[in-house]
Design a protein around this ligand. Structure first.
Ligand code: NAD
Length: 295
């Protein structure tokens, strides 16, 4: 039997509807909308698309969007000065500096400069540390979206064997921490892992965050497993066109898995929804309000 599809678009839409209600409530309580500042340096077309869609989603959820566009030759000191200004701005609850940054700018230094209370991407070491020790953190949006999909589909993850392929600070590592927080037994695989197919075959939950088109084959998957495909890879589709595929060979995997996220329409839509969620969480904490439980 073909695997169930985990519909990230529908889940994101439902979440965004709930977030809009919370955003209204926040505005009514505090007298101001929650605010997200986005910073884009340079003209990278993909980054431009991401930042504009984040701004649009923010406004649609009833929050304020402040967008800052800087030229590609911006000096690091000038970007740091903008981050400092946004740190002090009372209207700004979340700060998102779109990566990658031009090479004259040290991204780690910029992330370090963001007030951890406004770090809605969850990339600051303070938030990574808080996640690691199980304290309240702002958690990176993509793995948070993956966890939301997993819990909605499976309920309790306690005791499940989980394999995360990829150890980036943005996806793999925080994903592993979140799964550990749910009491799954977690293995992190990466480019130096030996016999990756055998490791994957043990997994009740398999999260692929690699960036290699269709690397995970159907016979790597344990029958009935839940597969979350984070990969977004652009591959040629003939006649000069391109299409998006994940890190998992979807047609093969669907024959074996119990449930699987499609690409597109799986993890991707959840990422922006979680950015809105993190902005609202940051806004509530900064205003001294309790964070609603269903966020
Ligand atoms: P990254 O390049 O920072 O990390 C990739 C990881 O894969 C590394 O840890 C590396 O060790 C591992 N890896 C590479 N080759 C491997 C191999 N042959 N076997 C096992 N592991 C291997 O990438 P990232 O930022 O973590 O992103 C991963 C993928 O997820 C990319 O396709 C990216 O586009 C996608 N992504 C999607 C979203 C979303 O919203 N859906 C968000 C972020 C990233």
């Amino acid at each position: 039997m073909a695997a169930a599809l985990i519909d990230g678009r529908a889940a994101a839409e439902a979440l965004r509807a709930r977030l809009a209600i919370t955003a209204d409530f926040f505005k009514a309580t505090t007298g101001r909308p929650a605010g997200l500042a986005t910073v884009l340096v340079g003209e990278d077309p993909a980054s431009g698309v991401y930042v504009r869609s984040k701004g649009k989603a923010t406004r649609e959820a009833g929050m304020e969007s402040f967008s800052h566009q800087l030229p590609a030759d911006t000096r690091e000191a000038d970007l740091l000065a903008l981050v400092e200004k946004l740190n002090r701005d009372e209207q700004v609850d979340g700060i998102l500096v779109q990566l990658p940054l031009p090479e004259q700018i040290d991204a780690a230094r910029v992330i370090d400069a963001i007030d951890p209370a406004k770090d809605v991407d969850g990339f600051h070491v303070v938030n990574a540390g808080r996640l690691a020790v199980g304290a309240d953190a702002l958690v990176p949006c993509t793995p948070l979206g993956c966890l939301h999909l997993l819990k909605s589909h499976l309920g309790n993850l306690s005791g499940a064997d989980a394999v995360v392929i990829g150890r980036s600070n943005i996806v793999g590592k925080p994903m592993a921490m979140l799964l550990l927080g749910e009491s799954a037994t977690v293995t992190i695989a990466h480019s130096r892992t030996g016999d990756l197919p055998a490791l994957c075959r043990r997994a009740d939950i398999l999260v692929a965050a690699v960036g290699r088109p269709e690397m995970v084959r159907g016979d790597w998957i344990k029958p009935g497993a839940t597969v979350i495909d984070v990969g977004i890879n652009r591959v040629p589709a003939g006649e000069g066109k391109a299409k998006l595929v994940g890190d998992v060979a979807f047609d093969e995997a669907r024959e074996v898995a119990g449930a699987i996220t499609p690409v597109p329409g799986g993890v991707g839509p959840m990422t922006i929804a979680m950015l809105l969620r993190n902005t609202l969480v940051a806004a509530h904490r900064r205003a001294g309000l309790a964070v609603p439980e269903d966020l």
